[in-house]
Design a protein around this ligand. Structure first.
Ligand code: 4AD
Ligand code: MG
Length: 450
């Protein structure tokens, strides 16, 4: 409930911490939890949180009954409380307001002998991940999850207001989309099926039905390596456009990303502040984004190695490693679009460059500040013969792809699209060095609890 409500005309309004600014000088009711409690002589400073933010309460001993003072003084961290108090502007307060507490009702008191496991001191990451269901209550994690929600909302809003129809591809699929090495098999009534790695192939078919489409949902990859950027379950948003080529989706990608960043800056400024994010870096994000070919990027890396700016020599023909991506992105103040990778290291469905068939008409968008690839996309093969050939070349069985080949049998057109991993975008926009904090419950190689 984010509206201010009131049960009876005379009772103070029930509101949220995020909305306190609309109640300056008024007595309000907040419903939340005790985040922290400080004491200084005859003053108590309980910090409350309610999911929308945190606010410091002030309780002078002289202002409340001895019984009330004692109740607050002995309150345990994360006890749930309903608080009545008067909103006072305070320039020093992080949210700009403090609450002069008049009354406090304890809904559930956390036992003294079973305290909230996450205290305000430092904890190791493993401990925090083991208690992820509780860790998300802390202000920093809550701020990240609110920004994640804003990113997902803005991403959908962009497509919804630009003529795209949302179509949801299946999650249980008979075939691989992004290589067979990261498939999660599922026993499908005795047959082998897989969790989807990407909705793309299905999006190509809905694009032929509806023109401009997008999907948004969970995708799965059995990533067997531990990195800061890989989850085994992540959320992807994937537009697909009929009668579009590589250049069209590069324009789409820069407009789309700029829209998302603008929305986060406008609507989640307080949360970015909680994270200590340097927002000047985000304010620079606007079209056009630099376009660099794979060959140009390889040359940049070669020069950097010769000048001693990077340690590892880049082997031409390989995909970029994360130190390579970090170096390339450090040359620009906004996301950089690397296009035309060698076809050999890319997916089977990518259209070859008509100017040089060694290269694929594809693009990876690298986030600034070393956050790595956030978008992968391409122009798709529209020729039946070539697609069939590529499926065979990649050692994939033809039978599960017959429906996909149908798209090239009946009114085939040039088309293109991309996928953005939500968690990579959250890591970049929030300035986090690991994707495990970008999703409520991260799934990785060695974690499926809680
Ligand atoms: O580059 P990828 O593999 O591209 C595709 O799946 C295409 N079929 C998308 C399309 O054209 N419709 O993945 C797209 C994005 C990456 O750029 C990255 O942001 C994210 O998905 N991603 C992951 N995020 C977290 N953990 C992983 N293991 C990820 N793998 C990819
Ligand atoms: Mg990729």
């Amino acid at each position: 409930m984010d509206e201010t409500t009131s049960s009876t005309p005379s009772a103070p309004p029930v509101t949220t911490i995020a909305r306190l600014g609309q109640h300056e000088g008024q007595t309000v009711i907040l419903r939340g939890w005790l985040y922290n409690l400080r004491e200084s002589g005859k003053l108590l400073f309980p910090i409350f949180r309610d999911g929308s933010g945190t606010v410091q309460g002030v309780v002078p001993k002289s202002a409340v009954s001895p019984e009330m003072f004692d109740r607050i003084k002995t309150l345990t961290q994360e006890s749930s409380v309903i608080v009545r108090g008067k909103v006072r502007a305070d320039k020093r307060a992080p949210g700009g307001f403090e609450l002069d507490v008049e009354d406090l009702e304890v809904i559930h008191r956390v036992a003294d002998d079973g305290p909230f496991p996450i205290s305000l001191k430092e904890h190791g990451v493993d401990f925090l991940m083991e208690h992820r269901h509780l860790w998300i209550r802390t202000p920093r994690q809550a701020a990240i999850l609110r920004i994640r929600a804003e990113i997902m909302r803005a991403a959908q809003e962009y497509f919804d207001t630009h003529g795209f129809v949302r179509t949801d591809p299946p999650i249980l699929t008979p075939a691989a989309c992004e290589g067979t090495s990261t498939l999660f098999p599922v026993n499908y009534f005795g047959d082998e099926a897989y969790l989807t790695q990407s909705g793309q192939l299905y999006m190509e078919s809905t694009a032929m039905a509806l023109g401009k489409v997008y999907s948004f949902g969970p995708t799965f990859r059995a990533e067997k390596s531990k990195t800061r950027r890989h989850l085994t379950e992540f959320w992807m948003i994937e537009p697909e456009v009929a009668y579009a080529g590589l250049d069209d989706i590069m324009v789409l990608a820069e407009e789309f990303l700029s829209h998302i960043v603008l929305r986060v800056l406008a609507n989640r400024a307080a949360d970015l502040k909680v994270l200590g994010r340097d927002t000047s870096k985000l304010e620079a994000i606007r079209p056009p984004f630099p376009r660099v070919s794979y060959d140009e990027a390889a040359k940049l890396l070669e020069e950097a190695f010769a000048a001693g700016k990077i340690e590892q020599k880049f082997e031409y023909g390989n995909d970029f490693g994360s130190p390579d991506e970090t170096y390339i992105s450090s040359q620009f103040d906004r996301p950089v679009m690397i296009h035309r990778y060698p076809a050999d290291i890319k997916a089977f469905y990518m259209d070859p460059d008509p100017d040089n068939g060694k290269f694929a008409l594809c693009v990876d968008v690298l986030a600034p500040e070393g956050y790595g690839e956030i978008i992968g996309g391409s122009q798709r093969i529209s020729s039946y013969e070539l697609l069939k050939q590529r499926i065979e070349d990649h050692g994939l069985p033809l039978a599960p792809f017959q429906w996909y080949l149908d798209l090239r049998r009946y009114g085939s057109v040039p088309h293109a699209g991309f996928g953005m991993g939500i968690e990579r975008a959250v890591a970049w926009i929030c300035g986090l060095d690991h994707v495990r904090e970008t999703i409520p419950f991260a799934r990785t190689l060695n974690r499926i609890y809680p």
